[in-house]
Design a protein around this ligand. Structure first.
Ligand code: ADP
Ligand code: ADP
Length: 225
């Protein structure tokens, strides 16, 4: 069963004055339920664009995007935002925590935004922090934590809504070896919890844990292995 499916996806960025950059040239990609897909390839090959389109952050210029079999590229902005909040988790190469909220409040935030808060949320948020070894920092503000600690809080936050898919862009970039290993171990356990993972990465340790490696070259999927 495909959770996310891209068919013949093209993406061109408009630079104005009639100039365009073609980032994707007819990409097909299927992400199965609970599948862990690593996306590799040289800089500028379209990896981030692919992740943004599959994660409903950007619309394709042409082609079709499906989530659980339903077309989503033509949905209106509100419907897409609702899907992002309910079905997707996002992890960026920077933590992007809300600066005035504690670690725990940051993890609770997606539940508030999705309107799915329940009374056991705090317990679960703490458990999510615990899994990545930062439960003792629950009351800290982002600026009171190291960059690596913030990134672990961001991973806990990305999982708060039990997403169907986690979209991770370079999730181990600029992390020390121990933190990177912790992040990789957490990501590798997600498929058994029913969360698929799409991770853009240059990290061979991370790619080695994936079910499948998709290599992008010049806006196309070059090979799958
Ligand atoms: P990667 O993640 O593999 O480095 P990207 O998807 O970021 O590749 O970029 C693919 C191509 O699209 C590159 O040529 C890049 O310069 C271009 N591109 C990416 N984002 C934009 C944007 N917002 N506006 C214009 N061009 C962009
Ligand atoms: P749009 O203009 O399409 O509404 P937004 O820029 O408001 O797009 O953000 C789209 C969605 O992407 C947000 O609802 C959020 O879930 C996610 N998102 C974007 N950037 C970030 C980020 N830095 N950290 C976490 N989530 C993000």
């Amino acid at each position: 069963n495909a959770v996310v499916e891209l068919t013949g996806v093209h993406k061109a960025y408009d630079l104005g004055e009639g100039r365009r950059v073609v980032a994707l040239r007819g990409v097909d990609l299927t992400v199965g339920e609970g599948e862990f897909v690593a996306v590799t390839g040289p800089s500028g090959s379209g990896k981030s664009t692919l992740l943004a389109i599959a994660g409903l952050l950007t619309r394709p210029s042409a082609g079709e995007v499906r989530v659980d079999g339903q077309r989503v590229d033509e949905l209106d902005d509100d419907a897409r935002a609702s899907l992002r909040n309910h079905a997707f988790g996002y992890l960026f190469p920077f933590a992007a925590l809300w600066p005035s909220l504690t670690a725990l409040e940051n993890v609770l935030l997606p539940r508030v935004l999705a309107g799915t808060r329940t009374t056991d949320d705090a317990t679960r948020a703490l458990a999510l922090l615990e899994e990545v070894g930062v439960a003792h920092l629950a009351d800290r503000l982002p600026h009171q934590m190291s960059a690596g600690e913030q990134r672990r809080v961001a991973l806990a936050r990305a999982l708060a809504n039990r997403p169907r898919v986690l979209m991770a862009d370079e999730p181990t970039a600029n992390l020390d070896t121990d933190t990177a290993e912790r992040v990789i171990e957490r990501l590798a356990r997600l498929p058994e919890e029913g969360t698929a993972v799409v991770a853009v990465t240059h990290d061979p340790h991370l790619a080695a844990r994936a079910d499948r490696v998709v290599r992008m070259v010049a806006g196309c999927v070059e090979a799958e292995g």
